[in-house]
Ligand binder design. Sequence first.
Ligand code: NOJ
Length: 557
Amino acid sequence: MRLTETADVWWKNAVVYCLDVETFFDTDGDGRGDLRGVSQRIDHLAELGVTCLWLMPFYPTPDRDDGYDITDFYGVDSRLGTHGDLVELITLAQDRGMRVIADLVVNHTSDQHPWFQSARASRESPYRDWYVWRDEPPADADKGVVFPDQEDSLWQYDEEAGQYYLHRFYKHQPDLDITNPSVREEIMRVIGFWLQLGLSGFRVDAVPFLIDPAGSLDAADLPDPHDYLRDLRAFLSRRSGQAMLLGEVNLPYKDTRTFFGDEDGDELTMSFDFIGMQRLYLSLARSDPAELAKALRERPDPPEEAQWGTFVRNHDELTLDKLSDDERQEVFDAFGPEKSMQLYGRGLRRRLPPMLDNDPARLKMVYSLLFSLPGTPVLFYGEEIGMGENLAIEGRNAVRTPMQWTAEANGGFSTADPNDLAAAVPDGDFSPEHVNVAAQRRDPESLLNWIKLLTQRYRECPELSWGDCTILEHQSPSVFAHRSDCEDGRIIAVHNFAAESARVTLAVAGTGVGVRAVDLLEERTTNVREDGVVDLDLEPYGSRWLRIIRPGDRYIV
Ligand code: NOJ
């Protein structure tokens, strides 16, 4: 790895931060966050060490799926701001070394989109075949429903159209027919438009559904759906050499690997590690990292310039769909025993801190893992201060409450009447009075300051994201230990999953005299024995990152 590669292939060791403009910071007092609000708070993100800001959908929308139901792919919802506000935000972000990406939600449109309105009105409409229609729903119409509490079929009869249309998600989100060349062309145009405005890529919604031609009547005669993803990527790279695609693909590892494309990585640039995330929760529930280790051993290596996006929580429910029924129940029992915390029988509508009883050591351990495991960490807004959810809000929106800036009314998010907020702030232990940015900025022990330290060290140690990761064998069952090597650099990270302290003995280096293991998250140095073995002590839920320094090495630690 040349050091400049870490700039050219910037996504490989980025710190990604996802936020919903609507709930971040409100500058005009209407109870909804806005793009100007994100601009005003850009230095919070810069200080945190964010290098890539991911904006959830900000496009015009009837807002029946929090903006994932779009009526104009080229627009900015006027409640959130204007194109001018967006360009200002991108300019401010760039000034702080931060790139901006946005959700690309082109598997479907809102049923209020003018294309669908025209399509349903007449078979002669030029937009009719932009969607997927049938006279009769197929026999398996109820297979693969994503939101089983709201929908019971993938096909909906439309009176006006006189036919059924395909919708993978809610019935108000008709799927576009991706096999139609005009649709493909239009999606390219949308991508080109936002790149020209200054975005550095996209978080691509629902990628397997997007490229799946199923439902289209002549699907059998079509070429490989991955050809389309390759075309998209090629187009993106032609328009902007530094742009990337971060895909939402929640499939078994071997299938997700195919979405990176061939050895050179000609499809998605990044893909979320949903399996590792789910196994992490099982490991936390068991206070035993074995399941996480197993996932990492099974996880295919991405192509050299591609990367896994690692995460602890996102804006959706914490999906546990890839665990067995018994395993999922274990996680439910540990972290979401009440029915009101669960969703669709497969996930939890919670944030991490309430799940971990707000135990600071345990929370810090989880984020230390996130930043030290191979991959690019993706944070969801509010994680940096340990925000909780508001279960009084329906469904997945429980975790999309306003950012808590201060202890003041509405958490300093908005001056509007609390009843007029886009979403209500939580009460109790996770209310703004107890959890907010202002207080944590001043507290050296806060989660916020811990995450700032982690982002700094993560950026200083490209071994973690670029290097080869080896899971280290040892005799301490509650400890997860891994080593990341890149050229001469060697980092060791150890994490204790148990509430008791632990000691771990590790072979960390070749033999030699004068080798030291220097802690990167605290002031401490441990001598490595001449046979390359080191004993490391860990507090309950402790975490340590160490750089192995040989005589003559020149590192600042
Ligand atoms: C995945 C998004 O993460 C989710 O929030 C949304 O509801 C669906 N895609 C539909 O766009």
